[in-house]
Design a protein around this ligand. Structure first.
Ligand code: NAI
Ligand code: MG
Length: 506
């Protein structure tokens, strides 16, 4: 025990004092009924700083009893919250977003320490985006409208939008605050109460951000529990009082949640994997396309994005120049301590993910005809020797049947493939089981539109490669998921139920 406390103190030593205090307050606790409480049986798990390999703090390892407590708190708060005027709910959620943004000086290093993501390129922008999303949904509260229907002159026929009840929101570790905002924003504004299941890999910034918002709300409206998938996530999905599940994560878990939800006949929103194509035509502006590939592959996040543009099809005329310039651009990114301002790229989340990525890289390198272009330099600092850094790799010479061209690697690995015919490249781009996003790079607007229509992906961008944008519906086709996020549509379609009321006035 004393060894453990020593190593915990060691892992935290490099953090600013305010963040250390925060971790001390959060250690072993999650948020139920607006109180920071430990799990019923006291069970904990260790959260590791992936840049140093040292323990950061203990997090709760919630089990079925904690799920029960959190769902009961959410259920108890439900009726009163649903009766709060929509505009007031919206105002509170937007104000919560402002508090989260204001807490960025503590939240950003906390997020960087638990995820390994660089503070400047990833963590601060993530917090700002999360706040922006909450502000947007707060403002959409007045859009929770029904209709009146021309049914008969002496009948009053109308529809209303009601909350669903208790929503379970299950989060991954890659962008936990943005994904939490995309789920709790529309759920709360629509009058639902929520139990968030934080990722056991990186729960602290999630719990703290939720605490800042929950402080404004009646107890039980927003709860966050932390535990593993099997011990905490699964019983949450199965709980009879959970009326809706919204999930972002792996395809396998998404499919399992869908099966569980079928038994209860409750709605689910699933945001799963991707293998998103980027199509660079001969007339594209090369520099913009290269910058778009750097951004779209999320190299500053070590490629840990479901939207990552990991299949890059480039017109044969441009191919070699594109690879050369992309390699130069990625090599310019500085890999290092996530907590340092100068760092562009931090680490991946854990050893398991790193091993998975390295295994793909090894398979690519062993493929006859393939070439791996390594971009970047692992940091030399001795205290980062155990850090889970991965050098970005660009592969050329792989064919469509390669697992690197098919599977979601969730690491800094991009495959670049030449093409010479629009129909052929569309067929290749649309192959595979995913259909999350795609980008098209061309100066020919007619081609841009033709290709955008033909792409089998839920989110298509032309001559840009942005992340999820508040107000634009985001969600995948095929095995990439079910439902939309980030928009008014997501709130109305996925967090309310519609009731028809008919009054006979005769
Ligand atoms: P995961 O799908 O296992 O974990 C995501 C969340 O689901 C976590 O909170 C986890 O505790 C929970 N969970 C796990 N099993 C569950 C169950 N049976 N019932 C309910 N909740 C459960 O993802 P993992 O293992 O962290 O990452 C593996 C791969 O998944 C990545 O390599 C990547 O390909 C993909 N992934 C995709 C993400 C996306 O943004 N779409 C995010 C994270 C991972
Ligand atoms: Mg960790």
């Amino acid at each position: 025990m004393s060894n453990e406390s020593e190593s915990l103190a060691g892992g935290r030593a490099r953090l600013p004092q305010g963040v250390r205090d925060l971790l001390a307050a959060l250690a072993g606790r999650h948020l139920v009924g607006n109180a920071l409480v430990g799990p019923v049986d006291g069970a904990c798990l260790t959260v590791v700083d992936p840049a140093t390999g040292r323990a950061l703090a203990q997090a709760p390892a919630a089990g079925p009893a904690d799920v029960q407590a959190a769902v009961a708190a959410a259920r108890a708060a439900g009726q009163a919250w649903a009766r709060v005027p929509a505009r007031e709910r919206g105002r509170l959620v937007a104000e919560g977003g402002r508090r989260i943004a204001a807490a960025s000086p503590d939240l950003a290093p906390l997020l960087a320490a638990e995820t390994g993501k660089a503070i400047r390129t990833e963590c601060r922008p993530e917090i700002a985006t999360a706040a922006d999303i909450l502000a947007m949904f707060g403002g959409l509260a007045t859009e929770l409208k029904g209709e009146t229907l021309p049914f008969s002159p002496d009948m009053l026929a109308l529809t209303t939008r009601e909350p669903l009840g208790v929503v379970a929101a299950i989060l991954p570790w890659n962008v936990p605050l943005v994904l939490m905002a995309l789920k709790i924003g529309p759920a709360l504004v629509a009058g639902n109460t929520v139990v968030v299941k934080a990722s056991e890999e990186a729960p602290f910034a999630t719990i703290e951000a939720a605490r800042l918002l929950a402080d404004l709300l009646p107890p039980g409206v927003l709860n966050v529990i932390c535990g593993t998938g099997p011990a905490c996530g699964a019983p949450l999905v199965r709980h009879p009082d959970v009326a809706k599940v919204t999930f972002t994560g792996s395809q396998a878990v998404g499919e399992a949640i869908y099966r569980e939800a079928a038994d209860k006949l409750i709605p689910v929103s699933l945001e799963l994997g991707g293998k998103s194509p980027m199509l660079v035509f001969a007339d594209a502006e090369l520099d913009r396309a290269v910058a778009g590939a750097v951004a779209g592959m999320r190299f500053t996040r070590q490629g840990q994005s479901c939207t990552a543009s990991s299949r890059i099809y480039v017109d044969a005329e441009l191919h070699d120049r594109f690879v050369e310039r992309l390699a130069a651009a990625v090599s310019n990114l500085r890999m290092g301590d996530p907590l340092e301002e100068a760092t562009d790229i931090g680490t991946v989340i854990n050893a398991r993910q790193r091993a998975k990525i390295m295994n793909y890289i090894a398979r690519g390198e062993a493929t006859p005809g393939a070439r791996a272009v390594r971009c970047g330099h692992l940091p030399a600092a001795p205290d980062l020797a155990a850090g889970l850094f991965v050098e970005p790799v660009l592969f050329t010479g792989l064919t469509e049947d390669s697992p690197l061209m098919r599977d979601e690697i969730f690491g800094p690995v991009a495959c670049i493939v030449p093409f010479s015919d629009e129909d052929d490249v569309l067929e290749a781009a649309n192959a595979g089981e995913f259909g999350l996003a795609a980008t098209v790079w061309t100066r020919d607007l007619r081609r841009a539109l033709r290709v955008s229509h033909a792409l089998d992906a839920g989110y298509v961008q032309v001559n840009q490669n942005l992340t999820i944008q508040p107000n634009l519906s985001y969600g995948g086709f095929k095995k990439s998921g079910l439902g939309k996020e980030a928009s008014l549509e997501s709130m109305l379609e996925h967090f309310t139920r519609k009731k028809t009321i008919v009054v006979d006035m005769r």
